[in-house]
Design a protein. Structure first.
Length: 126
């Protein structure tokens, strides 16, 4: 007589969810489950729409925003207030140009900008 055929047993699927064990978060007697917060979520500054008053073209400012130009000194080349959030085009001391929200600009003491070489003020005395 041939041996009996064995019953086929499949392993549980890897996508099967199990209930949390006692003592685990979400389980019986454990702490309540914490809500997951994505690390890439952007935070929005609601006061940015108001902008910073008192800035004008030629002022020396410090960039207070996070990022590549954070903390650098710059000169305002152009103010753009046509959008929802007022911004300014600034030129850093390193010569790079960047558009920044005016809320992220901090006026520097002694903000009188030095005129570029060859400007009309230099040639007026000659």
């Amino acid at each position: 007589m041939p041996p009996r055929k064995r019953r086929v047993v499949y392993p549980p699927p890897r996508t099967q969810t199990r209930q949390p064990r006692p003592g685990e978060p979400g389980g019986v007697g454990g702490p309540p489950p914490t809500e997951y917060v994505r690390p890439t979520v952007a935070s929005i500054n609601l006061q940015a729409g108001a902008g910073r008053s008192g800035l004008k073209v030629g002022d020396r400012v410090r960039i207070t925003a996070n990022g590549l130009y954070s903390g650098e000194l710059a000169t305002i080349d152009k103010l753009a207030s046509g959008g929802v959030i007022p911004s300014a085009v600034v030129r850093t001391d390193a010569g790079r140009t960047r558009q920044v929200r005016t809320i992220d600009l901090e006026p520097v003491a002694g903000s009188a900008a030095t005129p570029p070489a060859g400007s009309s003020e230099d040639s007026a005395g000659a």
